[in-house]
Design a protein around this ligand. Sequence first.
Ligand SMILES: Cc1ncc(COP(=O)(O)O)c(C=O)c1O
Length: 657
Amino acid sequence: MQPANSKIIDYHSRHQPFFENVYRDWFTNHFGVPTEPIDDFVLTQPEKAILEMNGAILVATCEDQPAGFVALKKVDPSTFELTKMAVHPSHRGKGLGETLCRAALDRAEALGATRVILYSHNSLEAALHLYRKIGFTEVPLEKGLYSDFRCDTKMEHRIATRATVRGISPSPDDLKSGSNLDPADWEELRQLGHRMLDDMMNYLQTVRERPAWRPLPDGTVNALRQPLPQSPQDAQSVYEDFVTHVLPYNKNNIHPRFWSWVEGGGTPFGMLADMLASGMNPNLAIGDHAPVYVERQVLDWCKDIFGFPRDAGGALTSGASMANITALIVARNQIPDIKEKGLRAAAGQPLIYGSSETHNCVVKGAAVIGIGAGNFRQVPVDSDYRIRIDVLKEMIRDDRAAGDLPFCIVGNAGTVNTGAIDDLAALGEIARAEHLWFHVDGAFGAVPILLAEYDATLRCVASADSLSFDFHKWFYMNYEAGAILIRDAAAHRNAFSSPVSYLAAHERGLAGGPEPLSNFTMELSRGFRALKVWMLLKQNGIRKYEAQVRLNIRQAQYLAERVTELPELELMAPVPLNIVCYRYNPGGLDDKSLNALNKELLQRLQEQGIATPSYTVLNSRYTIRVAITNHRSTWKDFDTLIEASVRLGQQIHREKS
Ligand SMILES: Cc1ncc(COP(=O)(O)O)c(C=O)c1O
């Protein structure tokens, strides 16, 4: 902000003594030597040195008295040097320096500059701080213009965009290179890009040869805690930083023995698709362009896979969490007037029902959309971790009698803990009878609908009001890609469309084409995640996914069998899908000791790079949990896990006893 009572005016010859003396005093005080000839020329003959060369000198006045100044020396038609800035000692500390610099930048722009440079010295810390603050960055310093003792830093400020906006032609220098963020040397970046591609292909091809996980060394953690970069770094060395500090310490969900949480490993072709999407870089919110048609095509294929009608609504999302929240919002908006008036419009407390095994993102979603986490009614499960239908019915009846407003049932097609599939047919019937929205969270567990043997169990997802699922889990696609399908497209649209003039669809032109996808999600910025889904579904065909998913289910059954065969291992839950929960249990230990032992066992499995299962707690018992959405796992990988679990279990047990 400009200090009170100060003004910026143009230099007049009456300012000459002030201009000269203040700068000389400052220079001598700071560097301990007199000014150099290059300074003397500017200070004694400012007209000749600056003004007649189409430069400018700006003077800051306080109470109409000169208080400081800055000069803009023309270097070439598009470059000005900001020089001779000084503020009289009695006016320092009031922000005049910043005011002068900003005024000089504005003036430089008005004079046609696309670049302002300055020379300074690292002993002038406050000045350097100010220059950075207003957008100067360090650039390589050419020698010889000023003496080394007073000049070791060169900085520049690019104002090409502002100039272009005002219709001022860019200089030939800017057109050549470096005036925007594209490479100055395309060939050089192309070669680096080829190297990156080769490196990543090798990285993926050799993934099995590396440990399943490795902890980050302190040096790496420190290297990833650096201050904000101020000056440009060449792409090659930025890439070297990535290769050294980032790549080796991946989460490694690409590894054949990664079975944590529920995470897919992606594919090399998916990586390439992401590169293409990023290169095109479209925003899919609105507009008539091919990427929008690709997402619509993908959504139509999703409807075919899960048996939804082609006129259903839908959207790709970052994952199942966002898909679930999207469904909850649409479901909530079936309560009359709620979209306009908010929750006060509800005739009672709106309630959502789902089993106690429902994924936490649904509970979070209830909180986020204003229903309240506590109003997600957790229905108990049976011994197979499936929702108790009898208890659900009672809860709905009791809640209604108490004046509450049940509005939604969430069914699980594959719970995160054990892969349990709720009785979806029964849930659908209750929802219809009670006039409730029926949503299915099928994040990963809806995908086996591809398999004839799961048809009877999963067919009912097709009758849900909404279904969420992920491509990055059991379709093995690269992060991020999830989806929501909503049977009633109008209900879906009503929840998210919010007409404004700047987003109105047109009959023709870029704003023409199909209905904006932003009418169906909260996000106005939507990347081209649809491309990898489209390319991978085409590359593999749905039958390949069917075979791969079936293989994972068989691998889970194999693992469960091996666990059951071995007396020291204990299977902790049924295995209806692809999740196996087990623990090491040599006998004679209580649950508390077994919990500690198995937690230690899991950590050693991970730290020794053997395998990366995860964990959960079932009925207060800590269990090792293997979730198989991995297209790289072989049968032998599960033998490795079993062998290591027994060996490490014995070792820890020995150490503890
Ligand atoms: C059953 C279930 N629902 C929802 C989610 C959340 O999915 P996302 O991580 O894609 O948001 C998960 C994640 O594992 C899940 O297992």
